[in-house]
Design a binder for this molecule. Structure first.
Ligand SMILES: N[C@@H](CCC(=O)N[C@@H](CS)C(=O)NCC(=O)O)C(=O)O
Length: 270
């Protein structure tokens, strides 16, 4: 097992932190030096231009989620369901260019979903990887607070953000939607997609989930694999991925989060 210097110290620090429950009843590590405390104090004040009107809905909802029926959007709804954090989903129909509306650009300047606003501190965030880390730190769930397990989780989360996300996206573009327009692009991105499936299959041969315990890294990868049919990928070629995919697909949080912001069909089952 790979260990980084200082792992023992991290473990010691973790053991002195108090485990408690937040006001939503979620178990959290209550450590004033933790990433979530530092993050909250840095960003407690609304950033100029990032403010949204929160006065109209002061309810139980904690997170406003701006999303659509795509893999990047589903990452966040599935994570929120797992974490049990109350949220309101707002549909941003990217087929109708709603991602370019000025009010959406205020919280997502890159005009892409997903984005969130945390009503507890008025923080807005875009980029699914950043949102997953933020929500995990806020709730104390699905991302270890410190130590090797934290960085292993972030490692595989970043693998998804730089690998399957953009590469499978290109497969969808060239192989599903623009078939026959560029043989070179179809071959290039399919080959890369299969390489990535191979990497994941190898990792999952020795690990139940990518970072051992079920985490935000699995949640980031899973919705991209759920489009295996679009990618013309037969999951039987990757038995460990198929085992992992099926187990996650059966989780109640996945089933629920998959249908946010609207139900467009059942979770694909290989
Ligand atoms: N790196 C971004 C990618 C987000 C992204 O590409 N979102 C797509 C939907 S899956 C989108 O909003 N597309 C709208 C557009 O291209 O204008 C993330 O992970 O959040």
């Amino acid at each position: 097992m790979r260990r980084f210097p200082g792992a023992a110290q991290h473990e010691a620090e973790r053991s002195v932190a108090l485990q408690t429950r937040d006001r939503y009843g979620n178990k959290v590590w209550d450590d004033p030096g933790s990433a979530v405390h530092r993050f909250a104090s840095l960003h407690a004040a609304p950033r100029p231009g990032n403010k949204v009107d929160l006065t109209q809905h002061r309810t139980k909802t904690v997170i406003d989620l701006y999303t659509w029926t795509t893999p990047n959007g589903r990452k966040i709804s599935i994570a929120l369901e797992e974490m049990g954090l109350p949220y309101t989903a707002h549909a941003v129909d990217i087929g109708k260019d709603e991602q370019f509306k000025p009010e959406f650009l205020e919280i997502s300047p890159n005009n892409r979903i997903p984005a969130i606003v945390d009503r507890d501190n008025n923080l807005s965030l875009m980029e699914s990887g950043a949102i997953l880390i933020y929500l995990a730190d806020k709730t104390g769930k699905l991302l270890p607070k410190s130590g090797e397990e934290r960085y292993r989780t972030i490692e595989w989360l970043m693998w998804q953000m730089g690998g399957p996300g953009p590469m499978f996206g290109q497969v969808h573009h060239f192989v599903k939607y623009n078939k026959g327009k560029s043989a070179y692009a179809e071959e290039r991105y399919l080959k890369e997609a299969h390489r990535l499936y191979g990497v994941l299959n190898k990792r999952l041969a020795e690990h139940e989930y990518v970072a051992d315990a079920y985490s935000i890294a699995d949640i980031a990868i899973w919705p991209w694999v759920s489009r295996y049919e679009w990618q013309t990928v037969d999951l039987n070629q990757y038995p460990n991925v198929k085992r992992w995919y099926t187990a996650i697909a059966k989780r109640p949080a996945t089933q629920k989060g998959y249908k946010v912001p609207k139900d467009v069909g059942e979770v694909p089952m290989p």
